[in-house]
Design a protein around this ligand. Structure first.
Ligand SMILES: Nc1nc2c(ncn2[C@@H]2O[C@H](COP(=O)(O)OP(=O)(O)OP(=O)(O)O)[C@@H](O)[C@H]2O)c(=O)[nH]1
Ligand SMILES: [Mg+2]
Ligand SMILES: [Zn+2]
Length: 315
């Protein structure tokens, strides 16, 4: 067979010309856990050079080096979900098919956390669904009511009790997760690791049971990790992540915010001014919708809070 044009015998192809041979399945600071695409072997890798900009879900080209490996190149990403405040950017995962925002009846979460995760997903071009967990606990009616605005704006909202009613939860979630790479995100204590363990019995993700008898404290998830749902086909995966508190959205310009909030976007086109901020302008269709109850009071407050945050001077 003739050599391809431009290829010289004995000369190594640049990494860019080769197929990625690894997948980043874990990240611990400057160390990355890489799974070899061919063999499925797991190797601890360092990135080449000073910059460490890998994230779970990245397709990489890696080579053996000493006991571990070196990441030579990160392939172009289909998408990247991240949060960004004034000081830093924190990536959650790359190349995902969907985001599952997990909430619970208890502990009570801040609605702004859910809203922010959905905005980040919309901005990154990732479809998202909300799952309300622990519906076996008291307070389910109030938690359900808080999510009604999200249902109304077309977000898929599922309800389950992953620990309380595990079989039912499995039957509900399995078809939604099949064949997809799903990032599971949410505040601490919502049941993300419980969900991973329910769907993948071999996962053995640490769950935050408070063991008073053993006085061992809570086991919260501290790093993001990829779990295959189907070891053989390697199509579907769940990504467990540490609970988030802050969720900066500095990547979104204030003027674009309404675009990523479906209940706002539905009316924004009708405003008198095309660059309406939906805060104080006359002829604002978004404010009119809010006053008619078509946009919920908490959602409008979240918009005001975010708009102010994103308009503040950067240092
Ligand atoms: N009552 C009830 N408790 C649940 C349910 N699902 C999970 N839990 C409990 O919620 C607690 C927190 O669960 P985790 O899975 O560790 O939560 P997490 O979201 O992974 O938390 P972080 O790792 O800290 O982000 C544990 O004590 C679980 O047993 C449920 O359906 N009902
Ligand atoms: Mg966890
Ligand atoms: Zn407006």
């Amino acid at each position: 067979m003739p050599a391809p044009r431009g290829a010289r015998p004995g000369r190594r192809e640049p990494a860019a010309a080769r197929e990625p041979n690894g997948l980043v399945i874990g990240a611990h600071g400057r160390h990355y856990v890489v799974e070899d695409r061919e063999t499925g072997a797991v190797v601890l890798c360092h990135p080449r050079g000073k910059r460490s900009d890998c994230v779970v879900g990245d397709h990489v080209h890696w080579e053996t080096s000493g006991d571990g490996g070196v990441i030579e190149q990160v392939a172009e990403r289909r998408n990247l979900l991240y949060r960004q405040d004034e000081w830093k950017t924190k990536s959650f995962a790359a190349n995902i098919d969907q985001l599952l925002v997990l909430l619970a009846v208890e502990p009570m979460y801040a609605e702004t956390q859910a809203a922010r995760a959905l905005i980040a997903a919309a901005h990154a071009g990732v479809q998202a669904l909300l799952v309300l967990n622990k519906i076996d606990l008291l307070g389910v009616d109030a938690a359900r009511a808080r999510l009604q605005p999200y249902r109304d704006m077309g977000v898929e909202v599922l309800e389950c009790a992953i620990k309380g009613r595990p079989d039912e939860a499995h039957a509900l979630l399995a078809p939604r997760l099949a064949g997809q790479v799903t990032l599971v995100l949410g505040p601490s204590g919502m049941g993300k690791s419980t969900l991973i363990n329910r769907m993948i019995p071999d996962a053995q993700a640490q769950v935050g049971e408070i063991s008073q008898a053993l006085n061992s404290g809570r086991h919260t998830t501290t790093t993001t990790r990829w779990y295959w749902m189907d070891e053989h086909h390697r199509e579907a995966a769940l990504i467990d992540s540490p609970g988030f508190q802050e969720f900066g959205l500095r990547q979104v310009p204030a003027a674009d915010l309404a675009r990523w909030m479906p209940d706002f976007a539905a009316h924004a086109g009708e405003c008198r001014f095309h660059n309406c901020s939906h805060l104080h302008e006359p002829g604002c269709a978004v404010r009119a919708a809010f006053e008619r109850g078509l946009i919920s009071a908490p959602r409008y407050r979240i918009y005001q809070e975010l708009h102010a945050e994103l308009s503040a001077t950067r240092w």
